[in-house]
Design a protein around this ligand. Sequence first.
Ligand code: FAD
Length: 485
Amino acid sequence: PRQLVWLRNDLRLEDNLALFKASQQGEVLAVFVYSPQQWQAHSWGHLKTAFVLSNLYALQKQLATLNIPLKLLSVADFNATPAALLQLAQELGISGLFFNDEYEFNEQKRDAAVVAAFNQAGIKVERFTDQVIFEPGSIRTGKGDFYTVFTPFYRNWISKLRPEHLVPLPAPAAQAASNLASDALPEFTAYQQLKLWPAGEAAAHQKLQTFCEEVLNLYDQQRDFPAIEGTSQISAYLAAGVISSRQCIAAAQFHSADRFMDKSTGAGVWVSELVWREFYRHLLIGFPRISKGRAFKPTTEKLAWRSLENSKAQRDLEAWKAGKTGFPIIDAAMRQLLETGWMHNRLRMLVAMFLSKNLLIDWRVGEAFFMQHLIDGDLAANNGGWQWAASTGTDAVPYFRLFNPYSQSQRFDPEGKFIRRYVPELAHLNNKDIHQPPVNKLGMDKLGGDLFGNSDELKNQAYPAPIMDLKLSRDRVMQAFEAIK
Ligand code: FAD
């Protein structure tokens, strides 16, 4: 019998449960559904799209070595998917459809429609929990509720973990040559940033191995310093499923002499971050409103965000997007995003809080901007991070807590190394001034966001004065939150 494996965000041969199970039941064909309009509607940026497609190319080559053809279905959006998939399955004489579950609301709805269409046509469907270790919704409080706080979720998660959960599956075995050809894949732009994120499982595993050998056991001490490569930078591969969380946790177990469940070790803290990834997926299933742009805390829907019709708010937003707010650490972070497609976690928290609290701009605006620019854009983690920072989420930072961008900068980039890398126009400043440049050293003649300097050497590269007053911005957001209490 012929089995069809529907590849989605699990673009790998190894440790792919749906692919492995299908291969045990006969001849395997793989299919990928290309739905650019849907991706656009989900705010996927060009870089994320290109990353997914570059990995699809790499996977198609690997599948070919096993004689597994990869078919491509192009459809406008998810609504068009069930009929198109069923038609392909019928043309190919498929007896079973296999896929690994996704947890976003639209994806769930699409998959339910696919299952219904296949069942009606008498083709069996097998779906698997593979994106996370424990199926979302399966880890509950004593009362049977969804956890809304991370720490007890983490404890329960750890208590359920057994050695067999961490045994990655091999790639499927090679099959006899097929008379079916693979399809040509969509073209994509080879953006400069893709060089930083080479495609394919081998590249992902190389990254994981280097991280585990050189950084993992120092992760707890180094992970907050953006100038250091103190984190794995594996997120884009996890988001596209080029590597699995099981493979990552198993590697942490191996390289930490089994101390990966102990949060006083680097490996333990790293694994807890992977559990955050799972936690946010559980929330997607428990609280579908999260996928629909709603706040986790409904009361915060009433917050009076600044209107973007207001030209000052619009200018503030543009300055934030461009990395020209006049706050060096914020600007360095935003420029890292624009230049590389990735941003360090500490900085994501900082810039998200800066936009939603200091600038009082709706977190959804920032969430969408991140999604458009991140190579690792992932609804669950991105939404979770934004709602955490904006204090609209579950287990979020309390509304009255604001990061001070200057002291955060002094603390996490003490020598200004990171700022110097991304904001070269400040590189000449000393280690103290670099965090909060005195306006007269910027060649500015007035405060208030004049982007042009007045000294010759700075003319082309002058740095803006801060776009707002920290103290006033703090009062403003406190009032906004107090008004909805
Ligand atoms: P490491 O520190 O090496 O962690 C390993 C893996 O654990 C990551 O690759 C990621 O898959 C997972 N992880 C780590 N931290 C978190 C977290 N806080 N929440 C969920 N999963 C986590 N992560 C994304 O993958 N995609 C996003 O779109 C995304 N948007 C974010 C937006 C905001 C505002 C914030 C505050 C965080 C966001 N994160 C997102 C979480 C985190 O910042 C990134 O996962 C991390 O920076 C990726 O770098 P790394 O692979 O080196 O992580």
